[in-house]
Design a protein around this ligand. Structure first.
Ligand code: GRF
Length: 200
C-alpha cells in the first residue's frame, strides 16, 4: 500500500477527488497518510478530518519535510499548494512529487500563473483550447516532466470563471488517475519523457 501526503493551500476540491476515488476503489493500493496546509483556515483541512485523515497546518518547510519523512510517504501530491518548495526539498523527494496545474503546460504556466489568473490569461489571449496538466515537480515552476493532460474547448463567450469550472472538472478526473497509476507503479520517467505502462 502506497502512502500519500497531500499538500494544499485552499478549498481542496482536488484533494476531495482523490479521497473519493480511493473510497470508491478507483484508486488502488493507496492511502492518504496526511494532509498538510500552509494556510490555517484552508477548507481542505476540514475535508481531511471528515474522512478521518490526519490534517496538519504548517508553514515551515523543514517541519513539512519531517512530517512526510516520519510517515514514510511514497508520493507527495501538490493539490493547489501555493508555496514554492526549495531545491533541497525537491531533491529529497525526487520523482515523488506531482502537481496539478490548470492549463495545458507549457502555455499559461510558471511564475504568476495561479488560480483565476491562469484562466483570465486564457480568455484574454483568445485560445480555443485549454486544459489541465499533471506533472512531476522540479525546481523551475511548472516545468517538470508531464504525466497526463486533458483539453477542453474555450468558447468566445466564456468568462474566466466559466473556464475555471470547465478545467476543474478535468482536474478532478486526471489527478486521481495519475495517483492510481503512480500507486500501481505504472509510470516510467526517461529524462523529460513519461510513459504509462500497460496494466497487467
Ligand atoms: C486548482 O485549480 C489547481 O489546479 C491549482 O489550484 C486550484 C486548487 O483548487 N493549482 P482546490 O483547492 O483543489 O479546490
Amino acid at each position: 500500500m502506497k502512502k500519500i501526503a497531500v499538500l494544499i493551500s485552499g478549498g481542496g476540491s482536488n484533494l476531495q477527488s482523490i479521497i473519493d476515488r480511493i473510497e470508491d476503489g478507483c484508486i488502488k493500493n493507496a492511502k492518504i497518510e496526511v494532509v498538510i496546509s500552509n494556510k490555517k483556515d484552508a477548507y481542505g483541512l476540514e475535508r481531511a478530518k471528515k474522512h478521518g485523515i490526519e490534517a496538519v497546518f504548517s508553514k515551515d518547510e523543514k517541519e513539512i519535510k519531517k512530517i512526510i519523512l516520519d510517515r514514510k510517504c511514497d508520493l507527495i501530491v501538490l493539490a493547489g499548494f501555493l508555496k514554492i518548495l526549495s531545491g533541497d526539498f525537491l531533491k529529497e523527494f525526487k520523482n515523488k512529487i506531482i502537481n496539478i496545474h490548470p492549463s495545458l503546460i507549457p502555455s499559461f504556466c510558471g511564475m504568476g500563473y495561479y488560480g483565476i489568473k491562469v484562466h483570465e490569461a486564457v480568455v484574454n489571449y483568445g485560445v480555443k483550447i485549454t486544459g489541465a496538466t499533471v506533472h512531476f515537480v522540479e525546481e523551475e515552476a511548472d516545468a517538470g516532466p508531464i504525466i497526463l493532460q486533458e483539453a477542453v474547448e474555450v468558447s468566445s463567450s466564456d468568462t474566466a470563471d466559466i473556464v475555471q469550472k470547465k478545467v476543474l472538472e478535468l482536474e478532478h478526473r486526471i489527478l486521481p488517475k495519475v495517483v492510481d497509476l503512480f500507486c500501481q507503479d505504472l509510470i516510467d520517467i526517461n529524462g523529460r519523457i513519461v510513459s504509462i505502462k500497460e496494466k497487467k
